[in-house]
Each structure stands twice: as structure tokens, then as C-alpha cells.
Design a protein around this ligand. Structure first.
Ligand code: ADE
Length: 348
């Protein structure tokens, strides 16, 4: 199968990982620091508020917490809020950075009681590190290994009662023994347009950008339910407003700026549209496996699964079946094709 993008006439898609790095650089001053400032995820916030308040009252560390959900919904932000609310330090690392027990033992032994160890992409831990973490999480004990081969000795080492906060986009990839060691497991879901409009207004306030209600809602509706995207689009629209107008963001201006950025009215960007068009035009609407799709559009299959698909699945643009991905009627209509069942039947 060709690795050339088979969709012609579309600009080169942006690299999502680079986008994320850019977002991370700009995000820090926009991040809420407390649960009361945090917008959306009401059930998660309420439950966390109780757990953190109770732990503080008992003067105990809070139990290990697993956060899962699509990228950009605030898992890292919540981890930092947890540490902040517990008035403790946070150490931030990620699954792919931890290959061997030696990579984590120094971090663990330096943690003080109540401190937070945040492991992003926890589903990407190596098997040996994951197994090493079991006793650290459950009994706050690790084995130091010294010497080699038949002469290797282990020395048990007592850790302080830290709190692990794990984040993952793929809860299903966690092994049951690791998942069972978390006392609280929260799923973050996509934000509603109203919630995202609040996020946009809050961020605009921090950035000193003038924006009206309709302008905030326009950005919110085109942000794929994701605060990280809302904040990124706000920065793009702000640039556009400063160059092409008096800096004030209205609905009309947001619409112009976002259309120029390649973000359509449903919030889909070039990569989303390329994904949909490929299923429709190269695979006759599907079903098609994700690896074949990834090869056709010359994109990593992990990027499709983690970044592109969750919102398209949630909104019915795409349907996942045992035989592969199929385009949904919403997706067909979005590309200007009739529904699969035909317009008449759809009315029944
Ligand atoms: N910025 C990004 N995510 C946010 C959230 N959930 N609440 C407030 N501000 C945010």
C-alpha cells in the first residue's frame, strides 16, 4: 500500500505532537491552580474535592489517582491542582522515560510524605518498571538491587507515603494489577460548548484579550470539546484580530480566522477531514483497519487512535466495528455525501 497521502488538494497536515509542545509552552499561565477555578468535569471535581478535603483533615496523603480520557482535557492540569490543593510538591515524569527500575528508584526514594508523583502516559511503562511499581504503590517499599547475576542481592527500602497520579489516554491498555492499585479512577469526558466558552473567556481575561459572548461561543463550538484546542484557537484568533481588526474578537472575526486556519464549523481540522475523506473515497466508506488508514494518509496509527479518532467516534462521524472503521452518516453529510441509508429512509 502506498505511503503517499492519497488526498490531493489538502495542505500538509500539522503534526499533532508539535502542536501539543507549543500548547504546553503557552498553557502554564492559563491553567487553573485550584479545583474551584477548574471549569467542567463536574463529577470528577466534586469527588476529588471530597477526597482531598478528607485527606487534609486526617492529615494523610491522598490515595493514588488514575485519570483517563482523550488528550487535552486537563489530566495534567488536575494532577498539578491535586498537588497544589494538598500543599505538596509534584514530580512530573512520563511512561516512555522510564525504561528500567533504575530510572524510577531515585525518583521514588526522593519523594517525601504526601508528595505527588505524576506519571503521564502511564500505559507506556515498560513491564519491568510497572512490576517494580506494584510494591512501591501498595506497601511503599522497593527493592534496591546491587551486584550482578548470581551474586545480585536485594535490599528492601522503605519509601514515604507518596501519592501517585497516573494519566492515560488508553485505560484499556493498563494491566489489571496496575489499575487495581489506584484508589480513585476518573474518566474525563469532552467539554460542552458552554463549558468551553467559559474556558475561552477565562483565558481571554488572563491574556488581556477583548472578546464578546458570541466570539467565545464560536471558538468553543469549534474546539472539539477540548480546552487545549480552545486555548490554541483563542491564540490564533487573537493574532488574526490584532493584524486584521482592532483586536476585539467577535463571532464574525472568530469565524474568519478559524476558517483561514482550516478549522471548519464542526471544529474538524485538516487531519480530521483527511481521515474521513480517506475512509470515504479510498475505502468506499469502510470498514477499514486503522493500520491501513494510517499508511494511506502517512500518519502514525497511534496519533489516529489517541488524537483523531476519539472525538470523531464520540460525535458519530466515524463508527468502530469489529471489521474496522466505517464512516457514519454525520461524517458522510459533513463531506457532502448523502447518508448511507438515503435521505428518505432517514426520515422514517
Ligand atoms: N484551562 C484549560 N482547562 C481548563 C479548565 N478545565 N478550567 C479552567 N481553565 C482551563
Amino acid at each position: 500500500m502506498s505511503r503517499e497521502p492519497s488526498i490531493k488538494g489538502e495542505d500538509q497536515v500539522e503534526e499533532p505532537i508539535e502542536e501539543r509542545k507549543e500548547d504546553e509552552r503557552f498553557a502554564w499561565n492559563l491553567r487553573p491552580l485550584t479545583l474551584s477555578e477548574y471549569i467542567g468535569q463536574k463529577d470528577v471535581v466534586e469527588s476529588l474535592q471530597i477526597a482531598l478535603t478528607a485527606a487534609l483533615k486526617r492529615n494523610e496523603p491522598v490515595e493514588h489517582i488514575l485519570l483517563h480520557g482523550p488528550p487535552g482535557l486537563g489530566k495534567t492540569t488536575l494532577a498539578h491542582i491535586i498537588a497544589n490543593e494538598m500543599q505538596s510538591k509534584i514530580t512530573h515524569t512520563a511512561g516512555p522515560a522510564l525504561e528500567k527500575p533504575i530510572d524510577i528508584v531515585g525518583i521514588l526514594s526522593n519523594l517525601d510524605s504526601g508528595e505527588v508523583l505524576f506519571i503521564d502516559e502511564i500505559h507506556r511503562l515498560s513491564r519491568t518498571v510497572e512490576e517494580y511499581l506494584y510494591s512501591a504503590m501498595e506497601d511503599f517499599e522497593v527493592n534496591f538491587i546491587y551486584g550482578k547475576g548470581a551474586f545480585a542481592k536485594t535490599l528492601p527500602y522503605q519509601l514515604k507515603h507518596f501519592t501517585m497520579v497516573g494519566a492515560t489516554t488508553r485505560a484499556g491498555m493498563l494491566t489489571p494489577p496496575l489499575r487495581d492499585r489506584f484508589g480513585m479512577i476518573y474518566h474525563l469526558d469532552y467539554y460542552s460548548p458552554d463549558e468551553l466558552a467559559k474556558v475561552v473567556k477565562r483565558s481571554a481575561g488572563i491574556l488581556g484579550v477583548s472578546i464578546d459572548e458570541d466570539g467565545s461561543m464560536e471558538i468553543a463550538k469549534r474546539s472539539r470539546g477540548t480546552p487545549r484546542i480552545a486555548n490554541r484557537l483563542l491564540r490564533r484568533v487573537r493574532d488574526y484580530a490584532e493584524v486584521n481588526a482592532d483586536g476585539k474578537i467577535t463571532r464574525k472575526l472568530a469565524d474568519e480566522a478559524l476558517s483561514k486556519e482550516g478549522v471548519d464549523h464542526a471544529g474538524l481540522d485538516r487531519l480530521d477531514r483527511m481521515y474521513l475523506k480517506t475512509i470515504m473515497e479510498n475505502y468506499n466508506g469502510g470498514p477499514v483497519g486503522v493500520e491501513a488508514l494510517a499508511a494511506t494518509i502517512n500518519e502514525e496509527s497511534n496519533t489516529l487512535v489517541d488524537v483523531v479518532e476519539p472525538f470523531l467516534l464520540k460525535t458519530g462521524f466515524v463508527i468502530r466495528t469489529p471489521a474496522g472503521r466505517r464512516i457514519g452518516d454525520t461524517g458522510r453529510n459533513h463531506l457532502g455525501y448523502p447518508s448511507e441509508s438515503g435521505p428518505q429512509q432517514r426520515l422514517l
